[in-house]
Design a protein around this ligand. Structure first.
Ligand code: AMP
Ligand code: MG
Length: 351
């Protein structure tokens, strides 16, 4: 299959209508189109067409029990795919949609089990990216889309990343440039009595508490509970991972830098190519391996935006082992560390 890459430009609202129309038609006919959202690039198919959803699993090599998120572009679409939507959830939608929030509800009859990985619940998000919203409208209103990467690899934050993984496997990539946020949406489960965060993201627990009060965090996400399964099926896999081995180092900054220097030196002495993830503040202290800065430690938005791109760059440079600093910032730090720990297969050296 030849993959067509189309650049889309946009101002406040409308994008290159002809290209969006062509992309919408591919989806309506049961094909696959990758498209930009404000979080990461998505791999879209008609959410109400079971054969189309099945193609997403095939293109990504995604385990079939890992459900897809349905993307909508207007509130009235929610009632068609979800039942028992609570007042709290509507309040959340009012505050955070369109935006990087996914909510889980009981699914309606309309939604095929192929799209929900066999579950009776459905994940729904209204993205804010103008190209995504325009595409959803053109495609008939319901696009099932996971991240547009090969299953397990870092999520794509540019059209080039999508092409690396999906070239020849899908009909079209809409290239909207680099994404704004860089990590996936916050997932909140509203089928629980007290809503529960299943995946941390740009929208933090504190932001949610301000809108609806009490909220729980899936106990399966807390590192100490390694025997508790996370409720979102996708959160149990090693994920977001580079091909190289990744190890995180946490502790007092001076000790972390010394430890990483020692580890990178040992790796290089044993004939491996080492990579180091530091920050604008620290990277000049590292003397061994390929050193990259993820951005300034004081700007978590930048750290989130650069995270997956850095992991992919190390893959292109055929690095064998990557040592990374930890980033436990107050807001999105939880989301950033969640992705890094999964990419590292939970390997972290605490000093
Ligand atoms: P991705 O779009 O690749 O970021 O993956 C979607 C994430 O949403 C995965 O972690 C899924 O397990 C999760 N998800 C989707 N639908 C549901 C659902 N009905 N219940 C729980 N988690 C879900
Ligand atoms: Mg994903």
């Amino acid at each position: 299959m030849k993959t067509v890459i189309e650049k889309v430009t946009y101002n406040q609202k409308i994008c290159n209508q002809e290209k969006i129309k062509a992309a919408g038609k591919i989806i309506q006919e049961g094909g696959l189109v990758a498209f930009p959202t404000e979080t990461v690039y998505g791999l879209g198919a008609d959410a109400l067409n079971p054969q189309a959803s099945a193609k997403i699993y095939e293109a990504k090599g995604r385990p079939s029990d890992n459900p897809l998120i349905i993307h909508i572009s207007e509130m009235k679409a929610l009632d068609k795919i979800a039942v028992h939507v609570s007042q709290q959830a509507l309040k959340m939608a009012e505050h955070f949609w369109p935006g990087p929030l996914t909510m889980i509800f009981e699914k309606s009859e309309l939604v095929p089990l192929e799209t929900t990985g066999g579950l009776k619940t459905v994940a729904v998000r209204m993205p804010s990216h103008p190209a995504a919203l325009a595409l959803i409208k053109e495609a008939g209103g319901f696009i099932a889309a996971p991240s547009a990467n090969t299953s397990g690899r870092p999520s794509p934050t540019s059209a080039e990343h999508v092409a690396e993984d999906m070239n020849g496997r899908i009909s079209m990539i809409l290239d909207g440039g680099a994404v704004g946020i860089g990590i996936e949406s916050t997932i909140v489960d509203f089928t629980e009595e007290i809503p529960m965060i299943l995946r941390p993201g740009y929208i933090t627990p504190d932001m949610i508490k301000e809108v609806i009060g009490d909220i729980k965090i899936d106990p399966g996400l807390i590192k100490e509970n390694s025997d508790v399964h996370p409720k979102a099926p996708g959160m149990k896999y090693r994920h977001y991972a580079p091909r190289a081995e990744l190890i995180l180092i946490s502790g007092a900054q001076d000790n972390v830098q010394e430890k990483i220097n020692n580890l990178a030196r040992e790796a290089e002495l044993s004939g491996k190519t080492a990579g180091v993830i530091g920050t604008d503040e620290s990277f000049r202290y590292y003397s061994y391996g390929i050193v990259k800065s993820i951005g300034t430690r004081y700007d978590e938005d930048t750290i989130a935006r650069n995270l997956y791109g850095i992991l992919r760059e190390f893959d292109q440079q055929n690095v064998d082992i990557i040592y990374s600093e930890s980033f436990t910032t107050s807001g999105m730090g939880q989301a950033i560390m969640n992705r890094l720990l999964k990419a590292a297969g939970q390997r972290m050296i605490e000093i």
